[in-house]
Design a protein around this ligand. Structure first.
Ligand code: GFB
Length: 311
């Protein structure tokens, strides 16, 4: 295992206002590093502005957690934005990091880079072995391009850049939007509203049968710091919890957390997405990292943060 210390380093967290970036900033507070965050006005899709910011700040290390993200509907309705924004962010930040001689960079991707029907659990070598899930192909192509940029820069320029692929994430700082967000914040929002309204039934999307693996964002941030310190190799590295659940069972768990006692129905006219997406995280476990936050405890934490954010 490689050894890279973050202590006294200047560390840029790209995407610090997002759920993942803000969790990284919280976690990095324990590492004795100097955390650089960019002003809101910096648009990472703008190459000249990104280069200028790196030149001025000269970070030693970079966590690339900036991205255009969203749930299944946002991904399928806005593929242009998901492809363009994520390609530009990855290309600009990775190139700016090379130009300004960043010592270590971590690119964060997503489990949706793997083929729709990859053997489960999905190992890293499943990449580019089959067609992608259609609902998030644009996002996945951009994230695959990021992984390949990292590998190309390792090979051609000797940059110590790495890629990690988190499974489906949730936690404090998530985006709550009934139409555009991921399933956990969408269900917290919908089931909380149903409880408040005294509704007898709530209709959720798809069939309820897809299986998903979820990881609390504080576990992800901890894994990222660990991987930054101990991993240096080409190719994606999976970060999962190993905890898999059907969407129907997830909905019931969230109903229990928010105290909703009505019926839960499903609308099969809405997309299911990929049937199953369980990561094989054995490489990371063999390095010595395991998730710690169980799903139900993590959901309680996410719901508490949701209630706090609404005052
Ligand atoms: O989290 P989610 O939007 O994304 O949806 P994916 C997961 C599952 O939850 C799907 C179902 O089967 C949805 O049909 N679902 C049920 C709902 N009710 C709802 C609801 O109200 N809102 C939402 N959003 N889902 C995303 C990708 O795929 O995963 C991204 O689109 C990214 O690119 C992300 O990779 C991690 O897990 O299907």
């Amino acid at each position: 295992m490689s050894n890279y210390s973050l202590e006294r380093k200047r560390v840029y967290v790209a995407g610090d206002r997002g759920m993942v970036g803000s969790a990284l900033v919280r976690r990095l507070a324990r590492e004795g590093c100097d955390i650089a965050t960019a002003p809101r006005a910096l648009d990472l899709r703008d190459q000249a502005a990104t280069n200028a910011w790196f030149e001025a700040q000269r970070p030693d290390a970079v966590f690339l957690a900036a991205a255009r993200v969203g749930g299944i509907l946002a991904n399928s309705e806005r593929p242009g934005e998901f492809l363009y924004d994520n390609l530009m962010i990855a290309a600009n930040v990775i190139e700016a990091a090379r130009r300004s001689a960043v010592g270590k960079l971590m690119f964060l991707g997503s489990s949706c880079i793997y083929p729709k029907f990859a053997p489960q659990p999905i190992a890293e070598d499943a990449l580019l072995t089959g067609p992608l899930e259609e609902t998030n192909e644009a996002y996945a192509i951009a994230k695959i391009a990021g992984v390949k940029l990292v590998d190309a820069y390792r090979a051609q320029y000797g940059c110590d850049f790495v890629s990690v692929m988190p499974t489906n994430l949730y936690g404090p700082g998530d985006t709550y939007d009934a139409a555009a967000s991921h399933v956990i914040p969408a269900l917290i929002l919908k089931l909380h509203a149903a409880r408040q309204a005294g509704a007898e039934q709530v209709t959720l999307w798809g069939t309820g049968t897809p299986l998903r693996e979820f990881l609390h964002v504080d576990d992800l941030a901890d894994a990222c710091v660990f991987v930054m310190q101990h991993h240096s190799a080409a190719g994606p590295l999976n970060i999962g919890s190993g905890e898999e659940i059907s969407i129907a069972a997830l909905a019931q768990t969230i109903a229990d957390v928010v105290g909703y006692e009505g019926d839960i129905a499903f609308d099969p006219a809405k997309p299911d997405g990929t049937p199953r997406k369980l990561m094989d995280s054995r490489q990371l476990q063999a390095m010595g990292w395991n998730a710690r936050i169980p799903l139900t405890a993590g959901l309680r934490d996410a719901y508490a943060a949701f209630l706090r954010s609404r005052g």
